[in-house]
Design a protein around this ligand. Structure first.
Ligand code: ADP
Ligand code: MN
Ligand code: MN
Ligand code: MN
Length: 370
């Protein structure tokens, strides 16, 4: 007995566990597992729980509403703890596969009022405005993040408490001394494509262990739904790998590039001939409302927007063509074509895309200061 049989038990036990986890439910049951996802009471606070459905579903409106204990997520009191989940968007579940689904939800009181952390509710109102809808607002969001070692909360691949050589070789780099965590990043990339998210690319970033993925272009409210679910999938993949995802805008210190969520934007009018004039008008309006925008562009963003490391200062609004030290950048292609899109570089990695996308649409399409 002893070691040998225990080893073989461990081995067969592990492979049995893996085969059960990977089991194709649909071969023996009509039942479907739906993982309901929502945003909790904190910054970047994603939560989820699963329930069994009697069969496959075609859309979020076919799904039952559900509830959770809001006193455990900082969203309700103990005496009146129930918060309702309304299914809003569904995706294929890359973890359970088959007919199983991920369900992005938003949150309401038992009487049907959106709770204060439900930023989707107001965003939908803006995107449903006929003037906004007619413009088919497209968003492309560049989500930056850093992978951290679980126990010491220090970037993956960095010796404890030690910083590697200065920035330069890591951005879009290759090699074991330059790039850490590629398997996680690639697993996330494919999992998002499987789920039906419009993820359009990935790259390693300026700090080692810092990465970016891009979602877009996606129309209206769906851009934020997809970004939230892409963030959810990333955290689930990292959980399997035993690694933490940091969405902190300045996870290390100021000498290293922080993490942003550049938000690229265009409307029908901007994408058509003469669009560059409208882009310039929209940017002027963004500048007039700089403080209001920056207030919802992410927590701790002032630690990132220092005016160094490819950012403009937190307190100033600056735009330019091809300028990565600007608040808003217009690409050379857009200037040359006289139409296209622009990039708001101010949002931080931990921003709420429901707030950021709807506020950009509101300011540039609905607001009429002149
Ligand atoms: P950067 O050069 O700033 O790193 P990326 O290639 O990382 O740019 O990201 C560009 C983003 O712009 C992508 O998310 C893409 O979907 C988005 N995008 C492209 N065209 C448009 C458009 N017309 N309107 C809005 N977003 C767009
Ligand atoms: Mn990018
Ligand atoms: Mn980037
Ligand atoms: Mn960018």
């Amino acid at each position: 007995m002893g070691e040998v049989s225990q080893q073989s038990f461990k081995f067969s036990g592990k492979s049995l566990l893996a085969s059960l986890v990977n089991m194709d439910l649909s071969s023996s049951s009509e039942k479907v597992i739906a993982e309901y996802i929502w945003i909790g009471g904190g910054t970047m606070d994603l939560r989820s729980k699963a329930r069994t459905l009697s069969g496959p579903v075609s859309g979020p409106q076919k799904l039952p509403k559900w509830s959770f204990d809001g006193s455990s997520t900082g969203q309700a009191t103990g005496e009146d703890s129930e918060v309702l989940l309304y299914p809003q968007a569904i995706f294929k579940d890359p973890f359970r596969r088959g007919n199983n689904i991920l369900v992005m939800c938003d949150t309401y009181t038992p009487t049907g009022e959106p709770i204060p952390t439900n930023k989707r509710y107001n965003a939908v109102k803006i995107f449903n405005d006929p003037n906004v809808a007619a413009e088919e607002p497209w968003f492309g969001i560049e989500q930056e993040y850093t992978l951290l070692q679980k126990d010491i909360k220090w970037p993956v691949g960095w010796p404890a408490g030690v910083s590697p050589g200065p920035q330069g070789p890591y951005y879009c780099g290759i090699g074991a001394d330059r790039v850490f965590g590629r398997d996680i990043v690639d697993a996330h990339y494919k999992a998002c494509l499987y789920a039906g998210i419009s993820i359009c690319g990935i790259n390693s970033e300026v700090a080692p262990s810092q990465w970016e993925f891009q979602v877009g272009p996606v129309v209206g409210i769906s851009a934020a739904d997809e970004l939230w679910v892409a963030r959810y999938i990333l955290q689930r993949v990292a959980e399997i790998a035993g690694v933490i995802v940091s969405f902190d805008p300045a996870p290390i210190h100021e000498d290293w590039n922080g993490s942003g969520a550049h938000t690229n934007f265009s409307t029908n009018s901007m994408r058509n001939d003469g669009g560059y004039e409208l882009i310039k008008k929209a940017i002027e309006k963004l500048g007039m409302r700089h403080n209001e925008h920056i207030a919802v562009y992410g927590e701790g963003n002032e630690r990132r927007l220092t005016g160094r490391c490819e950012t403009a200062n937190f307190n100033t609004f600056l735009w330019g063509v091809g300028n990565r030290g600007a608040s808003v950048r217009v690409g050379r292609d857009t200037e040359k074509a006289g139409k296209g899109y622009f990039e708001d570089r101010r949002p931080a990695s931990n921003m709420d895309p429901y707030m950021v996308t709807s506020m950009i649409a509101e300011t540039t399409i609905l607001w009429k200061p002149f």
